[in-house]
Design a protein around this ligand. Sequence first.
Ligand code: BGP
Length: 482
Amino acid sequence: MKQFPKNFLWGAATSAYQVEGAALMDGKKESMQDINNQGGQFADASVTSDHYHRMKEDVALMKELGMNCYRFSIAWARVLPDGVGEVNQKGLQFYHDLIDELLANGIEPIPTLYHYDMPMALVEKYDGWVDRQSIFDFAEFAELIFKEFGHKVKKWISINEQSIIVQYWTKKNYVPEKYLNDARMRYQINHHMHLADKLATKLCHELVEGGTIGPALGYDPIYPLTSKPEDARAAMNAQDLRNQYFLDMYLKGFYTESAFRYLKEHDMQPLFHEEDEKICQSAMSDFIAINYYSSMCAKAPKKDATRQYQGVNISGVKGQFSGEEIQPDFYEMVKNPNLDTTDWDWTIDPTGLEYTLRDIATRYNVPLMITENGMGAYDTLEEDGRIHDHYRIDYLQKHVIAMKNAIDNGVELLAYCPWSYIDLLSTSNGYKKRYGFVYVNRTDEDEKDLNRYKKDSFYWYQQVIATNGAKLAVDNYLVTEH
Ligand code: BGP
């Protein structure tokens, strides 16, 4: 395999509430995720992987792994505990320390401004993203961050996975009870996030010299289930409402016509304030960051189908899945019968990554980056301190090849940040489902000693980075010597 471009960034990703812990420490107040504990069936966000206290040890391991970039998120409620107003200096200091430590170790920081974690103070004040004021309060937060860190950080991610928030809005967002069955509110919240993204993008361009910014979009490419024309059309409809709708707003400043028309006909379209069109056109993303895990299929829905949103597998037993999205008269999502899945029913489709990158690059001609990609799995810590995660190596290896194919076909790909650098709290599955290159010794029920162990995938990725993607094979020594 030939090498990747010379300046290619090899990294890994995390997010604040999933890895930091210290949820109510040093002035931080609650965020939406601190209270989103899935009814207590998994660990809560109070300790998670204790990165807040082990930051230096974690960065040292990143350096050993060879990472030259790191995607993480800044917790809004750590720096502005009430969402606006008084700044928590200790919170800012934590991110200064982290960024300085990364830079000192030759690792480019790529922070995300928003990863599902709005301060609860704003939920209590005005129901969070439901209210238009959230747009301007987010801009206040973004301005503070750009002024504080803009001289050290040049690549920024604005908002994580708006498309996934629309699908799983009670898991990725705190929804006041009165809106739980309000289908329009999903798209209204998303509209407010788009406006917030626009204001942050503009501020980044104004305040950060040489700064670039883009959103991280949760993205499943959609294939027609069969070659029947009505299934192909359903796949196009799904592509428009689930993917294009977001990309068009980020890169062109308007919503995809077919998707918006569908929402309007079903009384779900976001309502525009008179200044919104202007804000939508006021700034465009410099790149798109893609969070890619799997692909989906769509078919024409039955005539009497009723609306349903995407379900989730909580048990980790294949097949215990609570159903796919249905949009009546538009599409019905289905799993691809040709693909294997993880234990949590996520289809595994490396070719889908090449398809996604080539498709977006051709349509929009912008640089791309991968800010999440990985395999959630049960891992076992052996008595000798080893973790033999060959399934993860296999998954990642195939996705790296897919990226290279996309690059060879003309895609400008800047970075690869698999999910996740270290084991962390999965929003929907706790610590049972692990993604990291680094194992954290804890379970949902027992915090244990939180010690770090390098998995076999750590050594594999180390070799990939050292050879700039030229050596992807799983050498025997990886699973025996270390
Ligand atoms: C993305 C999120 C991440 C992470 C990942 C894995 O949607 O941006 O925060 O959670 O998916 O998902 P899960 O933890 O549900 O397996």
